[in-house]
Ligand binder design. Structure first.
Ligand code: FAD
Length: 494
């Protein structure tokens, strides 16, 4: 039992009532803005804004319970505070090591298990047992049973665990947008204005443009964002989950990753709300199952794998990819990019610090995989450039799913595709100067040509995998392959 009156030190991703309410509702709360953490590496400007705004809103809402300390470092803040604090397990290996050092120095009294996820780490360890190969589907079904979500007794509601097949539709023909009701949009306040001034004065090195705040920073805003999504957008979420439209940056996505990752919203609250919509008949089962799979399945799985695979996992480089990230990429120079799909995705990161899942996986990730970008650099780029980027969520998504740099521990095959996939799932190619059908010549699509270039470079690996062997035999039949490879070797613009 933690000391009764010990204060609680909350990190900026631990700001919801599930951290500071309940049995801890009477404790004083310490919040720290450490300038060294803002300067450690270059972050998206809007990410820094969200983090500082969330901390300051938490301090304002907790009132006299909270002390907000501004200091150069966390250690300095804790020393100045003068009382040993309780802290929840942090969300990265680096922060975990740091907290243990603070504990040895007597500044932290105790480390509490985190309430941030549905499944605890010891429960996952028990489930994982001695497995060396993991399948998200097995984990997800176990989560559904354990938390009794979308279940009819021991069977899944609707007789199926998985409605993915219904959720892969291209965008509706002839439409520029999905016409989904707009997502929740917060109203900025004085705290946001002060954060903006503070960031200007600090002159920290940031990337991306400043812009109006688009994501929740308080539990109340997170609740409003969830309600708005469940009531107005969830019905459209499923079918077009993988689709992309140039004029519709948010499609029917929930935009909940920021409040979830800042710890403002508990994942089971999002799951319960979605299940409620199905029971009330306001959203179709395929959409509800698709959304619940993202939160109770993928998100929880990525969190658990971060700890399970250990800190060295992020240095995996099974495909020997050594290309340094180009400056136009790290500086988010979207206007220097000609391929419309890539330009749109990079512009989303520049303008909002956000792009939706298929843009991350099949445009940005796909491009990086084809061009052999160094996976660890890419991992760190995603973490710093996205408003929802946090250390724990990157490795299984970037090193594993997107770059196959882990030897297939997360995904059974590399996610690479040519322009045909992008053309089918989006309207980008209609506005593009490249032709997705062409692999050779001045209008050859960099994704189509890049795909064959990738298959050629990785033919040993792909040829040995039943799911990708056909790509290698198709490549061998391409009469113009040497010219395509030569063209891609000399490609300077995308
Ligand atoms: P929705 O499409 O509405 O999905 C609902 C929720 O499910 C999300 O809010 C998110 O919390 C969760 N979710 C779904 N898939 C995943 C997943 N693979 N991993 C973790 N959570 C998931 N997610 C992040 O939270 N932060 C990241 O920095 C991040 N980087 C990614 C990088 C790559 C290369 C890839 C392939 C995926 C990444 N994801 C990341 C997962 C996913 O793309 C985002 O969670 C999602 O696009 C956020 O938008 P949304 O809230 O509208 O999600």
């Amino acid at each position: 039992m933690p000391q009764q009156d010990a204060p609680l030190w909350l990190f900026a991703d631990q700001l919801g009532p599930h951290f500071h309410g309940g049995e801890h509702a009477d404790r004083p709360v310490l919040l720290v803005e450490a300038t060294s953490a803002l300067r450690r590496r270059r972050h998206h400007r809007q990410k820094l804004h969200l983090v500082l705004s969330a901390l300051r809103h938490a301090a304002a809402e907790l009132g006299e319970r909270a002390t907000l300390v501004r200091a150069e470092t966390y250690t300095e803040a804790l020393r100045g505070y003068g009382r040993p604090v309780l802290v929840y397990e942090p969300t990265s290996f680096a922060a975990e090591g740091f907290v243990h050092r603070l504990q040895r120095a007597g500044l932290v009294a105790e480390v509490l298990p985190t309430p941030a996820f549905a499944l605890s780490r010891p429960e996952f360890t028990r489930w994982a047992g001695s497995r060396t190969r993991f399948r998200m589907e097995d984990f997800y079904r176990e989560q559904r049973r354990r938390f009794d979500v979308l279940m009819d007794g021991t069977d899944p509601v609707g007789g199926r665990w998985n409605f993915d097949a219904d959720n892969r539709e291209p965008p509706p023909r002839g439409r520029d947008t999905l016409d989904a009701p707009p997502p929740f949009r917060p109203t900025e306040d004085e705290i946001d204005a002060a954060v903006r001034r503070h960031l200007d004065d600090l002159a920290v090195d940031t990337v991306g443009v400043d812009g109006p705040r688009l994501f929740p920073v308080t539990p109340a805003e997170a609740g409003e964002a969830l309600d708005r999504f469940i009531t107005h957008r969830l019905p459209l979420f499923g079918r077009t989950e993988d689709a992309m439209l140039s004029a519709d940056w948010a499609m029917a996505h929930s935009l909940l990753s920021v409040p979830l990752n800042l710890g403002l919203l508990h994942p089971l609250d999002a799951v319960t709300a979605a299940e409620g919509a199905h029971r009330a008949g306001t959203a179709p089962l395929a959409a509800v199952e698709g959304f619940i799979r993202q939160i109770l399945g993928w998100r929880e799985y990525m969190w658990q794998l971060y700890w399970h695979f250990g800190p060295d996992y992020a240095d995996g480089n099974q495909l020997g990819a050594e290309t340094p990230l180009p400056d136009w990429w790290t500086d988010l120079e979207a206007d220097a990019v000609e391929a419309e799909c890539l330009r749109q995705a990079l512009a989303g990161v520049r303008d909002r610090g956000w792009a939706h899942h298929i843009q991350r996986l099949m445009v940005l990730g796909n491009h990086a995989l084809q061009r052999g970008y160094q996976p660890r650099q890419l991992n760190d780029w995603f973490a710093a450039s996205f408003v929802d980027g946090f250390a724990w969520v990157m490795p299984a998504n970037v090193i594993g799913m997107s770059q196959h740099a882990d030897g297939g521990r997360v995904a059974t095959k590399p996610y690479s595709s040519g322009g045909a996939y992008i053309n089918k799932m989006s309207d980008h190619c209609r506005h593009c100067r490249f032709d997705p059908k062409k692999r050779l010549g001045p209008d050859a699509c960099p994704f189509t040509a890049g795909y064959w270039n990738f298959v050629h470079r990785q033919q040993a690996l792909l040829g040995a995998n039943m799911r990708t062997a056909r790509a290698v035999s198709s490549m061998k039949r391409l009469a113009d392959l040497p010219a395509v490879l030569d063209q891609e070797r000399h490609r300077e613009t995308f």
